[in-house]
Write a protein that binds this ligand. Structure first.
Ligand code: SF4
Length: 282
């Protein structure tokens, strides 16, 4: 069994890290090596985009809390044209979806946790909406340059974990009543493709499949010896991985891998403390 901290919690970020590269999981969560900045001018650009993505999430959170646009907008205007464009698109979405995706009680940046087998899972939701008719929408903001293919979105560990945890741990939000999988949908909204959100509908069969999948995945991680966290065979994942020097993986020029894959890999590798702010107990 690997030497994880006693209070280690599985999240979409660390599970996705393991799926992308077991060695990255080992270096980051077992060896607990600092998350160094990646070197190189292109890496700086990726990090700039990550910071922009974080700023956008903070803005969306403040908007969801009811802070007036007039108070937020001067900061956005000063910050960058790209952020201002995302902000403008978010404003449009907010207006048009008042009677749709956003109709109901909203919870912004809410955290849910639940135990599964001998481990614990956690998810931080950008926005949860409890609709008056009993349905729930999980809204997730994405700032990738392009909308990924639906199959890539569906394959994200987030697409399994977030609906699963809402069903498992959302009872306290639902006046003590269970949330049924069929009441849940997940909506990915893309700041750079705002008119084509991706919606995934949940079901009892998918809930059971996700529970099995997450259970097996965590058991696989916890069952490994420390020497068994291998380097990924897909070197595109190493392109801007901050641990590249530990693994003696070569730098890949941008044209040698898919740009959007690179962004998404980094997007999924935000430091965990950004992902886990505040918590409600289950
Ligand atoms: S550099 Fe590559 S092999 Fe090493 S941890 Fe990062 S992704 Fe894994």
């Amino acid at each position: 069994m690997p030497d994880l901290p006693f209070d280690f919690i599985f999240s979409q970020a660390n599970l996705q890290d393991f799926l992308i590269c077991p060695r990255r999981f080992y270096l980051r969560y077992i060896r607990r090596l600092a998350w160094p900045s990646a070197a190189g001018g292109e890496a700086f650009e990726w990090e700039r985009r990550l910071t922009l993505a974080q700023d956008f999430h903070h803005l969306a959170h403040q908007k969801a809390l009811g802070i007036a646009d007039e108070l937020l907008e001067p900061f956005v205007r000063e910050h960058s044209a790209e952020l201002f464009d995302w902000w403008t698109q978010l404003g449009r979405f907010w207006q048009t979806e008042q009677e749709g995706i956003l109709l109901g009680k909203r919870y912004s940046e809410l955290v849910l946790t639940a135990a599964l087998d001998n481990a614990r899972l956690i998810a931080k939701y950008d926005l949860l909406v409890a609709h008056p008719d009993g349905r729930w929408s999980i809204v997730d903001w994405k700032t990738t340059r392009q909308k990924p293919a639906p199959s890539a979105i569906k394959a994200l560990i987030q697409s399994r974990l977030y609906p699963y945890l809402l069903v498992r741990a959302g009872t306290s939000l639902n006046e003590g009543a269970a949330i049924e999988p069929e009441q849940v949908r997940m909506v990915y909204w893309f700041a750079n493709d705002p008119d084509r959100p991706e919606t995934l509908f949940y079901s009892r069969a998918q809930f059971q499949a996700d529970e099995d999948y997450l259970s097996h995945l965590m058991a696989e991680i916890l069952g490994r010896q420390e020497t068994e966290f291998e380097l990924t065979a897909d070197e595109r994942a190493c392109a801007y991985c901050p641990y590249r020097t530990y693994c003696e993986r070569a730098f890949l020029a941008p044209e040698e891998y898919d740009v959007e894959t690179g962004i998404e890999l980094l997007r999924l590798s935000l430091p965990q403390d950004w992902e886990q702010v505040g918590e409600i107990e289950y």
